[in-house]
Design a protein around this ligand. Structure first.
Ligand SMILES: Cc1cc2nc3c(=O)[nH]c(=O)nc-3n(C[C@H](O)[C@H](O)[C@H](O)COP(=O)(O)OP(=O)(O)OC[C@H]3O[C@@H](n4cnc5c(N)ncnc54)[C@H](O)[C@@H]3O)c2cc1C
Length: 314
C-alpha cells in the first residue's frame, strides 16, 4: 500500500490532538500512515505507532526558531524519504502555509479546505463560501492536502510502535526567524477550530458575551463570534468565524444574534447541525439552520444552559 504522509506538530510528551488523530485515520483509510513529526521527543514520535504510523520522521535540525520555512523543508524531505503518495496537513493557517511551500518544493498540487479524500485521492471541498461542494484532483506531483477538522472520526489508540527516522531537512530557503513569544492566557475552552461544539455570538449580544459563554461552558464548547462582534471589540478577533476569520466545521454550531451574512456562513455552514437563535424570524441564518429559535438570546441562552445543567444533575 502507498505511504500517506501526515504532518504532526506535537509538543514534547503530548499525545496527538483530536485533529491530528483525524488526519491519521484518514491516512490509514487511504494507505499506510507515515508521519513527519516536527516537535516533541523521539518517544512521542514512536508512540504514533499506536495510531497505525509505521515510520515517524523527526528533524535533525531545530525547527522551532523558524516560522514555517524549516517545517516545509522538513515535510518535503519526509515526503521524498517515504516516497509518499499524498501529504495531509491540518487546515490551519500554518498548515496551509506549510502546504503551499511543500507544494512548490515537490512540484505538486495543493488542495486546501478538504472535507474528504476518496481512495483514488480525489478530494472533496466546499467552494464559493460553502455554496457548492466540488471534487478536486492534483494533476501534477502528489496531492498536498489540508483537511478540515471534524471531517472524519479520529483514530483510536491501539498497540504498536513507529520506526523513528531522523532526517536532515536541508536548506529551508528564505525564512522568518521567531525572536520572542508570549503565552496566551488559557480560557479552559477547546480550540475554536477543533471544537465539536461552537456557540457563536453576533451583534445581537449587544456587548455582553456572558450568555454565549455560559451556554458554551455548559456544553464544553468553544466560543465564536461574527465580525460585527469582534470589530466592536466585544471579543478578540481570534474568535471570528467566517470568510476572513476561522473556518469551523463542528458537529453542532449554535448561532446567537447573528444575521447570517454570506461571509459568516462561509465559515460555518459545513457544520453538521446548525441551531440559530435570533429575534428576527426573517433573519437569513434561518435558511441554513436545522433548528431555529425566534427569541431574545438574553432569555433563550441562559434557559438552555440551565436546562442542560439540570439534566446533568448539576
Ligand atoms: C470582505 C468581507 C469579509 C467579511 N468577513 C466576515 C467574517 O469572516 N465573519 C463574519 O461574521 N462577517 C464577516 N463580514 C461581515 C458580514 O458581512 C456581516 O456584516 C456580519 O457577519 C454581521 O454580523 P452580525 O450577524 O453579528 O450582525 P448583524 O448583521 O447586525 O445581525 C445581528 C443579528 O442579531 C439579531 N439580534 C439582535 N438582537 C438580538 C437579541 N437580543 N436576541 C437574538 N437576536 C438578536 C438581529 O435580528 C440580527 O439578525 C465580512 C464582510 C466583508 C465585506
Amino acid at each position: 500500500m502507498a505511504n500517506i504522509l501526515v504532518y504532526i506538530d506535537t509538543p514534547a510528551g503530548e499525545e496527538p490532538t483530536k485533529a491530528q488523530r483525524e488526519l491519521l485515520a484518514l491516512a490509514a483509510a487511504l494507505g499506510t500512515p507515515v508521519a513527519a513529526v516536527a516537535a516533541g521527543s523521539a518517544d512521542a514520535a514512536a508512540g504514533l505507532g499506536a495510531y497505525g504510523v509505521t515510520t515517524a520522521y523527526t528533524s535533525a535540525g531545530d525547527l522551532d526558531g523558524l516560522l514555517v520555512a524549516g517545517k516545509a523543508a522538513f515535510v518535503a524531505a519526509a515526503a521524498r524519504a517515504a516516497d509518499a503518495a499524498a501529504v495531509l496537513l491540518p487546515n490551519t493557517g500554518e498548515g496551509k502555509e506549510i502546504a503551499a511551500r511543500v507544494g512548490i518544493k515537490l512540484s505538486s498540487g495543493v488542495i486546501t479546505d478538504a472535507t474528504g479524500i476518496a481512495p483514488d485521492l480525489t478530494v472533496t471541498k466546499p467552494v464559493l463560501a460553502g455554496s457548492y461542494t466540488v471534487a478536486a484532483r492534483a494533476v501534477h506531483g502528489i496531492p498536498v492536502v489540508t483537511v478540515k477538522s471534524n471531517s472524519v472520526d479520529p483514530a483510536e489508540p491501539g498497540a504498536g510502535t513507529a520506526h523513528v527516522v531522523e532526517l536532515e531537512a536541508g536548506e529551508p530557503g528564505p525564512a522568518a526567524r521567531i525572536t520572542g513569544t508570549a503565552a496566551k492566557p488559557a480560557s479552559g475552552r477547546p480550540a475554536l477550530q477543533e471544537a465539536r461544539i461552537v456557540v457563536a455570538g453576533g451583534r445581537g449580544v449587544d456587548g455582553d458575551f456572558g450568555p454565549v459563554e455560559e451556554l458554551a461552558d455548559a456544553l464544553g464548547a468553544a466560543v465564536g463570534a461574527s465580525r460585527a462582534a469582534t470589530d466592536a471589540g466585544w471579543i478578540g478577533h481570534e474568535a471570528q468565524v467566517g470568510q476572513t476569520g476561522t473556518t469551523v466545521s463542528p458537529q453542532l454550531y449554535i448561532s446567537a444574534g447573528i444575521s447570517g451574512a454570506i461571509q459568516q456562513k462561509a465559515g460555518m455552514q459545513t457544520s453538521t447541525v446548525i441551531v440559530a437563535v435570533n429575534k428576527d424570524e426573517d433573519a437569513p441564518v434561518f435558511e441554513i439552520a436545522d433548528f431555529g429559535v425566534v427569541g431574545d438570546l438574553a432569555t433563550v441562552l441562559p434557559q438552555a444552559a440551565a436546562e442542560i445543567r439540570r439534566r446533568r444533575g448539576e
